[in-house]
Design a protein around this ligand. Sequence first.
Ligand code: PHE
Length: 341
Amino acid sequence: MSLRNEIELARQQAREEITSCADDKDIESARVKFLGRKGVIASLMKQIPSLPPDEKREIGLLLNALKEEIASHFAERSSQLEKEAAQARQAAEQIDITLPGRKPLHGKKHIITQTLEEIIDILAYHGFTVEYGPELETDYYNFGALNFPQDHPARDMQDTFYITDTLLLRTHTSPTQIHTMEKRQPPIRVCMPGKCFRNEAINARSYILFHQIEGLYVDEGVTFGDLKSTLYAFLSSYFGREVSLRFRPSYFPFTEPSAEVDVSCFLCSGKGCSVCKNSGWLELLGAGMVHPNVFKAVGYDPEKYTGFAWGMGIERLIMQKYGIDDIRLFFENDLRFLEQF
Ligand code: PHE
């Protein structure tokens, strides 16, 4: 092959190889290969001395031009690679401002707390203040002062968590009635929210822990009619519509007369649906006129004062409102459940 052809071949080879360099390393090895001390150009240069004199100058010029050409290819390819790298970096960093944002995870109140607060708000509007009582009670406050006979079945170990012979976890919020009346004089209008405990078999309907809110109104001349109108106003507010109430005779040691109160189903207005199991009514709470023996226990004159009280389970209220069929969901802390409220 003539030297001219070799030069032409080297030119093409260099252009191809430099164009296909993918990074600095490729560039460096191609530079060594073509422009290095023992590279393609150098070895072509070495042939000049043995050329006839008239070609020496011409080939020398050709090779010098090729050297410059290759050097400028390298420069071009290097800056191109740099530009591509910069573009890739930018693309990787680019923020797509049209993407929907990620919601920051933040906690909220448990549905039981939300509901208690809502109820306390409604009752505050009707003049009720809030009292809290201890969860660890004595037998006297949980039962005795509330007129439970000594042999009443509710005192049984099977229902009540006893800590000692006389200390127990309260089974209802009614003992807070006693604490409140002991430290205050009528007129009294209070509501008393809190945790209650019963030694029950755990299933979809019952749990060992639940919440109640208790209401108590004591003054001169308080009647069963006041109880009805208060519950009517309160429950209509809570359910967000006018409700009908149904009072069924019942028994609690600390009220006389006593009643179980049902409310017309908030969903079907009493026509019958799955929430009320087609009965049209929801069993909501226990209520009654404060028993004279309870007044005697706290030192109120039962001839002078009358009062009413009611107590209701919060979980049940929420279950009915939202169609929840398993009470255990409240205590399992499964976010899929809790997040819905
Ligand atoms: N303490 C009763 C219960 O736990 C409810 C109740 C409260 C009934 C106040 C009458 C008056 O079932």
